[in-house]
Each structure stands twice: as C-alpha cells, then as structure tokens.
Design a protein around this ligand. Structure first.
Ligand SMILES: NC(=O)c1ccc[n+]([C@@H]2O[C@H](COP(=O)([O-])OP(=O)(O)OC[C@H]3O[C@@H](n4cnc5c(N)ncnc54)[C@H](OP(=O)(O)O)[C@@H]3O)[C@@H](O)[C@H]2O)c1
Length: 323
C-alpha cells in the first residue's frame, strides 16, 4: 500500500474500522474509501458488486460484521450466521471480480475450538468442537477464512486473514445487554458510581484468565499485515498476556473512580478457565502492542462519557423533556 492507494474499509464506523481510519490517516494514507450501511448494505450482493466496480479499489480490509456478546449470539444465531456469511461472500467475491490487489478478513480468537490448549496457536483452528454459544458466528467466520484461503489457492488472490483477540476502545458497543466483557464492566462501574452504590457484583469467581487488546494496537497490526504478510495461514493478533477477570475489574474500578467494593458472584458460571493467544508469528513481523490496559480503559471510558453512551435511554428522555 502506498499513500495514494485506494483502500476500502468495510465497517469504518465500528470499533475496529474507526481505529483503522485513525491509524491509516496518522500514517499518511490519503485515499480511504468508506460507505455507511445506508449507502451500502453489505448484505446486498448487487450493490456490493456495483460499489467495487465504481470505486476501483486497490486494497480492502473487512471490518464489517454482526458482532455481539454471549446473549446476542445465543439469542439470534440465524442472524449471526446469515449476516456474517453473506458479508463475507459478497465482499470477498466482489474483491476477486474487481481485481482488488489484497484483502484482509477478520476472524476472531473466539472461533477457535472451545477446549484449545493454551496459549492458542493458529494451527488449532478446526481441531475440535466449537463453543456452543457462538457456534453460528464461528461457522460464518470460519467460512470467511476459508474463502480467503481458497480464492488464493484457486485464483491466486492475495487474500489474508487475521485472528484478533478480545478488543476494546472508542466506538465499542456499550449496550446494557449486548456488549462484551470490558464495556459491560465499564458501564456497571460507571452506573454504580453515579448512584453511589456500595458494591458492584461481577459474575463468576474472577479467576478466569482473558486477553484484551486496545483497538488502535490492532489497527497498527493490521496495517503491518497489509504491508508484509502474504500467506494462506491465519495469523493471531493479541498481547499474548492473560489477566484475570478480577484484575480487569479492579483496573476498571480504578479508572472509573468507583469507591465501593467488588463482589464476585461465585454462583454464576466462569466459562473457559483461560483464553490467551500465542503471538509468536506476528511478533516475528516486528509488531507488538503498545497501549497498557489501564491507559486503554481510560481512553475508552473517556470516549464513552464524552459521547454519552453510558446514560440510560430513559434518563436521556427525561433530560430531553425537561429541555
Ligand atoms: N470486538 C471484538 O472484541 C472483536 C474481537 C475479535 C475479532 N473481531 C472482528 O473484528 C471485526 C469488527 O468488529 P467490531 O468489534 O469493530 O464490530 P462493530 O463495532 O460492531 O462494527 C461493525 C461494523 O460493521 C458494520 N456493518 C455490519 N453489518 C453491516 C451491513 N450489513 N452493511 C454495512 N455495514 C455493516 C457496522 O455498521 P453500523 O455502524 O451501521 O452498525 C459497523 O460499522 C469483526 O469481523 C469481528 O468479528 C472483533
């Protein structure tokens, strides 16, 4: 990619897409192509083809997907399978038809088999049964990875795929029911601070180990992959470092400034004891994460407060009616 390359970021308003926009612009890329969902619904195959035909795209990063936490995934499996499969087939096929030079597709650490050895190596993909709660999402994402591999082997396309770990940052989803663990913790501690609660209850023992990567670290990794990585094998992007849920919760408590206590509700399930990626492969390309967890939480929290995503909808209505 050079500064004048025409680079299409699918999903540019999301957590990953918006971080990519900031990182590409900071690195001097001038021709970033975007389209909001109302301008281009990626579920519409004809529209996607027409868009690729008109835009003369050189490079594409597919950061568009239907993404959600455990409740959303297990409540709407048909939507998760249909939408993610359709976005992958529409965008990848259009990129092939309209001669895109290179495409990067995103898988996820949560589509590795449920009982993977730790830390998770790329070769463990498809080596065992999936986590049942996000099976639909995983099947669609695995199909996307395989599309990249097979368009490479059958048509010689330079299509690659990365496997990011759990991400967080500005433009994350802070929805009360549908969010991932970190934004959910930020919301819970923030709400507790606002009402002066004595304690915050965190589900489970606090002992499971998880890995978190700041979205802008991921964006810089993806740009390196676009510049340097050309292979049919997926590549992990994470910190390689695990933290317990308790450690993460206490860091959120500190950043938010909640002064009460944290109670771990051991009657709730813990899930997998440990989930951390092996990052040897991407480390060899010279990338490493730079944003410490506390700094990242602080930036994400600041964004959430400034954009008002933590205020419950009913309070916003009250404020609006007062105004
Ligand atoms: N979040 C994580 O922790 C994580 C971890 C590993 C991998 N990933 C992968 O990273 C990628 C991006 O995830 P994210 O967390 O950035 O998701 P996100 O914040 O929900 O952003 C997804 C983006 O895709 C767009 N989109 C979805 N369906 C669309 C459609 N039919 N037409 C047009 N645009 C559509 C959304 O548009 P709207 O703004 O209109 O909704 C949004 O901008 C996904 O492939 C995901 O699997 C994420």
């Amino acid at each position: 990619m050079n500064p004048n390359s025409r680079i299409y970021i699918a999903g540019h308003r999301g957590l990953v897409g918006s971080a990519l926009m900031r990182a590409l612009s900071a690195q001097g890329f001038k021709n970033i192509i975007t389209a909001s969902r109302s301008e281009l619904n990626l579920l519409d195959q004809d529209a996607v083809n027409q868009f690729f035909k008109n835009q003369k795209i050189d490079y594409t990063i597919v950061a568009a997907a239907k993404v959600g936490g455990i409740i959303a995934n297990s409540s709407f499996p048909a939507d998760f399978l249909y939408e993610n499969l359709t976005i992958a087939t529409n965008v990848i096929h259009a990129a092939y038809k309209h001669k895109v030079k290179k495409l990067l597709y995103l898988g996820s650490s949560c589509i590795y088999p449920k009982a993977c050895p730790q830390p998770i190596k790329e070769e463990y993909l498809l080596s065992g049964p999936l986590e049942p709660t996000n099976e639909a999402y995983a099947i669609a994402k695995i199909a996307g990875l395989k599309l990249c591999e097979f368009y490479r082997s059958q048509y010689g396309q330079n299509f690659i795929a990365a496997m990011p770990t759990n991400l967080y940052g500005p433009f994350d989803n802070f929805h009360p029911q549908n969010s991932h663990v970190l934004p959910a913790l930020i919301r819970r501690f923030h709400e507790a601070k606002m009402v002066g609660a004595e304690s915050v209850v965190v589900w489970g023992s606090g002992k499971p180990v998880r890995e978190l990567l700041y979205s802008e670290d991921l964006a810089n990794a993806l740009i390196i992959l676009m510049q340097k990585y050309n292979s049919d094998e997926v590549i992990n992007v994470g910190t390689g470092q695990g933290l317990t849920i308790a450690e993460i919760a206490y860091q959120v408590k500190e950043v938010v400034g909640f002064e009460g206590s944290v109670v771990f509700d051991k009657s709730k399930p813990d899930g997998t004891p440990k989930k951390v990626l092996n990052i040897d492969k991407i480390s060899r390309l010279g990338w490493k994460p730079t944003v410490p967890l506390k700094e990242g939480i602080s930036r994400a929290y600041q964004w959430a407060v400034e954009t008002d995503v933590l205020t419950p909808a009913e309070n916003k209505l009250k404020v609006a009616s007062l105004g």
